[in-house]
Design a binder for this molecule. Structure first.
Ligand SMILES: [Zn+2]
Length: 346
């Protein structure tokens, strides 16, 4: 029997004539903190005596994260939920939750962002936490054959000094604890990416991949600067690039990969609806891109949802979906043996 999904995917329950759904095996833009399950938030909030976090973050029935009003409200929600994510043990549990959820959908490789900047701001050492995440990754691989790798990220609005501390700890954790990249997230409007160009340069020199949230709330200039000044090989979201043909051409010519997150862009108010997402413009320009959830429990989405909605509303074909998967693997920061193992699976 065909697996049953929620009705928004448009697959008839028990319809044995429906073709098998195309699945997505790779996710590149996914925040650990944005995958916190409501029941995990409740349990952690209780553990730390913070019932206010449940009130601030969950719906009245406690079964889901509350919707965001806009992008600043999303940042507030992120801040509140992460306030109950503290110890290595907390992170281990959350990583297992996420790994199980991804494995259930048939994901074989995922790069997960961890907000080292937030951890440091709260006085926690990210390295023991990274060790716990890596142990959880090992368990998930053992049970499901899913490869998890990790991307520490700095928070743009906290500036270059804080970002140096993130990079330092990312390198201290290193490939031995599954760290493959250095990223920049947070409020895109706060500071120009040029402030972080030296960090990206240093990260690359030390063997890390580099990715940057750009063109999420910012315009084409933000994407152009991420490519030309910061030198990243991937941009998160990239929606703003669509306003300038030159920037689309730049992405295509440089082969910089766009980690698209349409559900997120609608949930944070960046786009009015999924139909407004420039996925088709990216594909027509020949830009390497793939679909991602960003913060799946915050935005009540899954990778399977992103795929089916892109097919339904943006005309994504099965062939294009497969091609996206191939380009996602090529753009990933997976170590070579992992890349080869995943290539054999997709
Ligand atoms: Zn993101």
């Amino acid at each position: 029997m065909i697996p049953t999904r929620q009705s928004k995917q448009g697959w008839d329950q028990n319809d044995t004539k429906t073709e098998s759904p195309v699945t997505v095996a790779i996710e590149l833009h996914l925040h650990l903190e944005g995958s916190l399950r409501p029941e995990r938030i409740s349990a952690l909030a209780q553990q730390y005596g913070r019932p206010d976090v449940v009130r601030a973050c969950l719906t009245d029935d406690g079964l889901a994260l509350r919707p965001c009003r806009d992008f600043p409200d999303f940042l507030e929600l992120f801040k509140a939920t992460t306030s109950v994510l503290r110890t290595p043990a907390d992170h281990h549990a959350v990583a297992l939750d996420l790994g199980e959820a991804l494995a259930e959908q048939g994901v074989k490789y995922a790069e997960v962002t961890v907000a080292y900047g937030v951890l440091q701001k709260r006085g926690f050492d990210p390295v023991p936490i990274q060790r716990a995440l890596w142990e959880a990754s090992d368990e998930i691989f053992g049970h499901h054959g899913l490869h998890l790798r990790w991307q520490p990220d700095a928070t743009r609005q906290w500036g270059p000094d804080a970002a140096w501390r993130v990079l330092e700890d990312a390198l201290r954790a290193g490939a031995g604890l599954g760290v493959v990249a250095f990223g920049l997230g947070g409020d895109e409007a706060a500071l120009p990416v040029a402030e972080f160009a030296p960090h990206f340069r240093e990260a690359r020199r030390d063997g890390l991949g580099t990715t940057c949230h750009a063109g999420e709330t910012g315009g084409p200039d933000s994407v152009r600067d991420a490519v030309l000044i910061a030198g990243v090989t991937r941009v998160g979201h990239g929606v703003g690039a669509a306003a300038d043909q030159d920037v689309l051409r730049l992405l295509a010519e440089t082969g910089v990969h766009v980690e698209m997150c349409p559900g997120s862009n609608v949930a944070t108010g960046v786009l009015a609806c999924r139909e407004d997402h420039p996925m088709r413009a990216f594909l027509e320009a020949g830009i390497s891109c793939n679909l991602n959830t960003d913060d799946p429990t915050f935005f009540n989405t899954t990778l399977a949802d992103e795929l089916s909605e892109a097919m339904r509303l943006l005309g994504l074909t099965k062939g294009e979906a497969k091609a996206m998967e191939v380009s996602a693997l090529a753009a990933s920061f997976a170590p070579d043996p992992v890349r080869q193992a995943v290539a054999a699976l997709i």
